[in-house]
Design a protein. Structure first.
Length: 343
């Protein structure tokens, strides 16, 4: 797959949430007010030696995804500025069986700190508990796990709020009537699950909009393209689609273009990766709910550094989000949220 100012305000983390009104064409920022708390869980030696020379490793969800590339670039720069030994890797695809070997390999090297975007809310918990109990300080970035004992800090966007923002924006574009479809990655991913929850709950405010059953594309754009076309055939009144992540947004845009419905079916998508930005320019996507992956990466390194130095650690940190439309995308205060494809 999961996504953020001259228009920034403070609010809970991508794992914390609050309320917002979106007008299409206006920048809407969701920020997170971190739930602060000093934390010592996760092992490690506290202030011994400070942050310099500590070995820190990052494991991202999908290493080729510009969201995670942007996060990695920022984390790397921050770690090197602090004199840390930094390395990063990521899954080739969003799959537990692919990420687990990476985690096992990193665990064997016994790093001082681990930043990780778990691809499942439960399946990796035993491995994370083991590495944490061995003395590695764990920071969860972007995605999270159900077990609250995992991680000295959790850093992400407010995904549930982002789903609500997408729902309000899409409802306005649809003139508050018609059918709408949600297409996402797969069940059991903390970020996209939260986005769907926020979206469907917010859409309940619009009685003339019918929310169709959620479809899952396994993070494959071609599947999303096929699904949106099948939905169009079954529901001629389809007026909107919500894409749970980047690959899904790209797939929906492709499917609509092939079906000749570009711009007729309004689309709100998470993230602001290069293909999505091009789709926004072309009018295939109408709203991008951009996250701030660079801030997630920097904040995670900063929290690990605080832990190494025996300082207070933020248990939960929220980052900014911004709603991007064709009308505001050329504003430098907004375009800085476009994701990178390389450092």
């Amino acid at each position: 797959m999961t996504k953020e100012d001259t228009v920034m305000s403070s609010m809970p983390s991508m794992r914390n949430r609050r309320r917002v009104l979106v007008a299409v064409g206006a920048v809407l920022v969701l920020t997170g007010a971190a739930a602060c708390g000093s934390s010592d869980s996760g092992g490690g030696s506290g202030s011994a030696g400070g942050a310099a020379h500590k070995k820190v490793r990052l494991i991202t969800g999908v290493k080729s995804d510009p969201f995670y590339i942007t996060m990695t670039c920022a984390a790397q720069a921050e770690a090197r500025a602090k004199g840390m030994d930094f390395g990063a890797d990521g899954s080739a695809q969003w799959d537990v069986s692919v990420q687990r070997p990476l985690l096992d390999s990193v665990a064997a090297s016994r790093p001082d700190g681990l930043l990780i975007s778990p691809v499942d809310t439960n399946a990796l918990t035993p491995s994370l508990k083991q590495i944490q109990s061995s003395g590695t300080k764990v920071a969860l970035v972007d995605t999270t796990v159900t077990d609250s004992s995992i991680g000295i800090t959790r850093i992400s966007s407010d995904n549930e709020k982002g789903g609500r923002v997408a729902a309000d924006a899409l409802a306005k574009l649809m003139n508050e009537k018609g059918s709408v479809i949600v297409i996402s990655v797969k069940p059991g991913v903390s970020t996209t699950d939260a986005r769907i929850k926020g979206f469907t709950e917010e859409m309940a405010k619009y009685p003339d909009i019918k929310v169709l059953p959620t479809l899952y594309d396994n993070d494959l754009p071609a599947t999303a393209a096929s699904q949106i076309q099948s939905t169009l055939a079954a529901h001629p009144d389809l007026g909107g689609a919500f894409a749970g992540n980047t690959n899904t947004g790209t797939g929906i845009a492709t499917g609509l273009k092939q079906a000749g419905k570009q711009g007729k079916v309004k689309v709100a998508a998470f993230d602001a990766e290069p293909d999505e930005v091009e789709a926004l320019k072309a009018g295939t996507l109408q709203v991008l709910v951009a996250q701030d992956p660079a801030a997630i990466g920097r904040q995670a390194v900063d929290q690990l550094a605080a832990a190494f130095e025996g300082k207070k650690v933020e248990k939960s940190v929220g980052t900014n989000m911004v709603a991007i439309t064709k009308a505001n995308m050329n504003d430098p205060a907004v375009s800085k949220y476009f994701y990178k494809s390389s450092c």
